[in-house]
Ligand binder design. Structure first.
Ligand SMILES: [Zn+2]
Length: 303
């Protein structure tokens, strides 16, 4: 039997227009090794140095127009990473980065410019959900100083571990003076939909944007379930996978903790069993834009 809490969420979802749009923002282009994107039996260091096949890596984030204000899911990359030699402090980091990624970035790829290009003022963003702390997801935080930056407690803990930069978590670009970081302590839920997950966080308190722990790419990575009556539910999974199809096929990319990734994949597939229309959107998936426009096309009530 449904409990009171989920009944009230369901009734809110069924009557109110809580979210009016979900859009993909193009935050620049890069390339990565084929083995990085699709996984490989070869050791990581082998493909970093000897891999010869590069594949495109679209850098994307998402903007959700909620009736309480604008919510970003991730903030893109700072194009200074390819123009400013001091962006990464450690020489070894700069050396490795150039062997792991090829960036094709311009100033237009900075989040405030990306938002302006979409007709949105960066100063209007109220909340940015940060899926994880990698540099290509937190690169825009300096340009939305008014926004609350939601990050999981577990992900924040990486900053206190030795050498977070070895996991591409660059403390000097995260712990910046104006950033309004809000650590999210996930709460247990009595909604059976989320039974498989170790807690949830309801961003707006109305069930329309639910944060779920999906570790593996990093220890504190989170996904966000976006629900609006009349649309297919959307799960923004950040970098849990590079392409939705890989998650469905249990195909692990060449980075992250394999065992933890597989456990998170299984939880997401379990959620999809309960929500068969669920559309899974990975941040670096080429198909993100088409999948989101399909999911948010209002379904005819005659079908
Ligand atoms: Zn990424």
């Amino acid at each position: 039997m449904a409990n009171t809490k989920s009944e009230s969420l369901d009734s809110k979802l069924s009557t109110d227009q809580l979210i009016t749009s979900v859009r993909v923002l193009n935050c620049g282009r890069a390339e990565q090794h084929k083995e990085h994107r699709y996984g490989s039996k070869l050791p990581q260091l082998w493909w970093v140095f000897f891999g010869r096949t590069w594949v495109p890596l679209p850098l994307q984030c998402f903007v959700i127009e909620h009736r309480n204000g604008l919510v970003l899911f991730d903030t893109g990359i700072d194009p200074a990473i390819s123009s400013d030699k001091a962006y990464i402090k450690q020489a070894i980091g700069r050396f490795l980065l150039s062997r792991i990624f090829r960036f094709h970035l311009t100033d237009r790829d900075r989040i405030d410019h990306v938002l302006a290009n979409a007709g949105i003022a960066a100063s209007d963003v109220r909340i940015a959900v940060i899926s994880h702390l990698h540099f290509d997801h937190v690169g825009g935080i300096a340009h939305i100083p008014q926004a609350d930056l939601l990050v999981s407690e577990r992900e924040t803990a990486i900053l206190s571990e030795p050498h977070p930069e070895r996991e591409w978590i660059l403390r000097e670009h995260i712990e910046i003076p104006d950033a309004k970081w809000r650590q999210i302590a996930l709460q247990s839920s009595d909604d059976p939909l989320f039974d498989g997950f170790d807690g949830i966080h309801d961003v707006a308190g109305d069930g329309s944007m639910i944060l779920l722990p999906t570790p593996g790419h990093t220890a504190g990575s989170i996904s966000m379930l976006v629900r609006q009556n009349g649309w297919d539910p959307i799960l923004l999974v950040g970098d849990l996978t590079y392409e939705a199809a890989m998650l469905e096929q249990d195909r692990v990319p060449g980075t992250g903790d394999r065992k933890t990734l597989l456990a998170s994949f299984a939880k997401v597939r379990e959620l999809k069993k309960l929500l068969p229309e669920l559309v899974i959107i990975a941040s670096h998936d080429f198909g993100a834009e088409a999948a989101i426009s399909g999911a948010t096309r209002t379904k005819s009530t005659f079908i």
